[in-house]
Design a protein around this ligand. Structure first.
Ligand SMILES: [Zn+2]
Length: 302
């Protein structure tokens, strides 16, 4: 039975104060148009993958990996507490990932096909970078990582369906039914139980009311989390930056994903276990990906 590990999410924080306001379902699209323009005006949602104004050096790669790949309390996700047995441990898949895209019955089929293309392309990128077996499921094949493009109503219907499965899915269902609007998209990865660190399944939800370019941004961020890069930090350039500065997987992110799937590392390892191995693993990942030209020789970013 799938056991929910934690929730990872792309959250845009707009300061909340005063009385609790709620949105009607038909107002959510306006809210996302507003909040994404705020993000854009603040310099967020950039689509470069090797930005000239955010150089990074070898030490940055090692430091960002150690900050992103070992589960922290994830203060930016704000989507649920982390079990104590997970803290400071590495998680990743050891078995194939089979993705499927679905949506509300009234979603324009062209929109759903475009999302499916984005998922197919990004899965191919992840496969190349990690050498892990991740792709869209073929017809009839078992799916362990469904991706729902869902309206608020669709999320409630999906939550009800998940709850009907019983077992350990109660908290997953509750989250799907009630996730805050400022969570644009999220992934809920699961393991086989407490103290089991390989990811064996994951639910991903993308809010359908978002502007359409965000569907792809959500695919990049949530599938990056889904692979096991758990945290956010202040590093640059990374899609996991807390400020949501970058919307697509960066070259540095590719290196970190390659490191995560290096066979010298194991799910459940602590940072203390892994630290002595990281420089060699980073060097090998950079060499294999031919990413040396992206590494700054001088001081890097933060
Ligand atoms: Zn995130």
């Amino acid at each position: 039975m799938l056991h929910k590990i934690m929730a990872f999410a792309a959250v845009v924080s707009l300061t909340a104060c005063g009385e609790q306001l709620t949105l009607k379902d038909n107002e959510i699209g306006d809210y996302y148009a507003f909040s994404t323009s705020v993000l854009k005006n603040a310099g967020g949602a950039r689509t470069e993958t090797a930005p000239a104004d955010a150089p990074f050096n070898f030490e940055d790669v090692v430091r960002n990996f150690s900050e992103l790949a070992f589960v922290s309390n994830d203060p930016d996700g704000g989507t649920g507490q982390v079990a104590p047995w997970l803290l400071n441990r590495m998680i990743r898949w050891e078995t194939p990932v089979r993705l499927e895209v679905f949506s509300d019955p009234d979603t324009d089929p062209r929109v759903l096909r475009a999302l499916e293309r984005d998922v197919r392309d990004f899965a191919a990128q992840l496969r190349r970078v990690t050498r892990h077996d991740i792709r869209l499921a073929r017809p009839g094949e078992a799916v362990n990582a469904p991706i729902g493009l869902l309206s608020r109503k669709g999320q409630r219907v999906y939550a009800y369906g998940i709850a009907q499965a019983g077992g350990n899915f109660r908290s997953t269902s509750d989250f799907v039914a009630t996730s805050p609007h400022d969570v644009f998209c999220y992934v809920l990865p699961g393991s086989e139980g407490p103290r089991s660190y390989p990811i064996v399944g994951a639910f991903t939800v993308i809010k359908r009311e978002l502007p359409q370019p965000y569907y792809r941004y959500c695919v990049h961020e949530e599938l990056t989390h889904l692979m096991g890069l758990a945290n956010h930090n202040n590093g640059r350039p990374t899609i996991l930056n807390s400020d949501q500065e970058f919307a697509l997987l960066t070259k540095q992110d590719e290196i970190m994903l390659a490191m995560l799937y290096d066979r010298r590392l194991r799910p459940g390892m602590t940072l203390d276990d892994a630290r002595p191995l990281l420089p060699a693993i980073a060097r090998d990942a950079i060499r294999r990906l031919g990413a040396g030209r992206y590494i700054s020789r001088s001081g890097g970013g933060t």
